[in-house]
Design a protein around this ligand. Structure first.
Ligand SMILES: C[S@@+](CC[C@H](N)C(=O)[O-])C[C@H]1O[C@@H](n2cnc3c(N)ncnc32)[C@H](O)[C@@H]1O
Length: 248
């Protein structure tokens, strides 16, 4: 499971971070990425809760925003207590999390802030969404307990797959695999697309952000590989060239 990072956005609780580190080590995970932490993730409180998993905290990577955390990731699942997100269905951990286990793809499982969870903009960077089904009277779990449930499911799925969990991907005619596009590649394609669509007035500045968020969601769902992103970028390049000719 070395290909899977646990990403936590703006955590506020030192104890929660210690408990997350412990849950991760219990379930065989080691890579923790903290997006703009709002507390001291190496405090005595955090370390006390981590017990024998202090090194998970010590080795945690801190980044400024979620896009940086996910830049080189090809499979991203976000978690939320909400019942519906961006018109996409929620899945249970058991349904969705085995998808992260492909060993030669970099994956991430994302958790939100203790008070407000993840924003729509942050959720939009994920391919799939997981909700732990709990009693409807109180569906929001403590952050570290949500990490525990999800990492347990990952561990069970990994055990069940044994050593045969070969990476799914796009098989070529010659039998080789094309890697899925990274989040960073998709980001830069979407920025290029927005610029082009604004230039040819298919998009207008006041509606661009919401339309681009919807387009981004479609591309995320399609789980494009790097050749497909390159193809789309090539088409955009031709549209840019034609638009320039017409303006001359
Ligand atoms: C205390 S919750 C935040 C609650 C926030 N009001 C919301 O609706 O997302 C903190 C984080 O724990 C995780 N979490 C809590 N309950 C969950 C559930 N039932 N299913 C999946 N993740 C959950 C999510 O990552 C969430 O962003």
């Amino acid at each position: 499971m070395e290909n899977i990072a646990i990403v936590v956005v703006e955590p506020q609780g030192e104890r929660n971070l210690g408990a997350i580190a412990r849950a991760m080590k219990n379930m065989g995970l080691g890579e923790l990425i903290l997006v703009n932490p709002r507390c001291d993730y190496q405090s005595v409180e955090a370390q006390t809760m981590a017990v024998h998993a202090k090194e998970v905290l010590a080795q945690a990577r801190v980044v400024d925003d979620l896009a940086t955390a996910l830049g080189d990731r090809q499979r991203i699942i976000a978690t939320s207590a909400r019942e519906r997100i961006l018109q996409s269905p929620m899945e249970t951990p058991r349904q969705a999390l085995p998808w992260l286990l492909a060993p030669n793809l970099k994956s991430a499982l994302v958790f939100g802030r203790e008070d407000s969870g993840l924003s729509n903009e942050e959720l939009n960077q994920a391919h799939r969404f997981v909700r732990i089904p709990v009693h409807p009277q109180y569906p929001s779990l403590n952050l570290s307990q949500a990490v525990m449930v999800c990492t347990y499911e990952l561990y069970q799925a990994n055990l069940a797959m044994g050593t045969d969990n070969q990476a799914p991907g796009d098989r070529q005619e010659d039998g080789s695999m094309v890697p899925l596009a990274t989040n960073g590649q998709l980001d830069s394609y979407c920025q290029h697309l927005e610029k082009t669509l604004l230039n040819i007035q298919v998009l207008y500045p006041h509606t661009a952000p919401s339309k681009m968020a919807k387009l981004r969601r479609i591309y995320q769902r399609a789980a494009l590989n790097s050749e497909e992103v390159a193809l789309l970028r090539g088409i955009l390049g031709q549209i840019d060239w034609l638009a320039q000719q017409i303006k001359l």
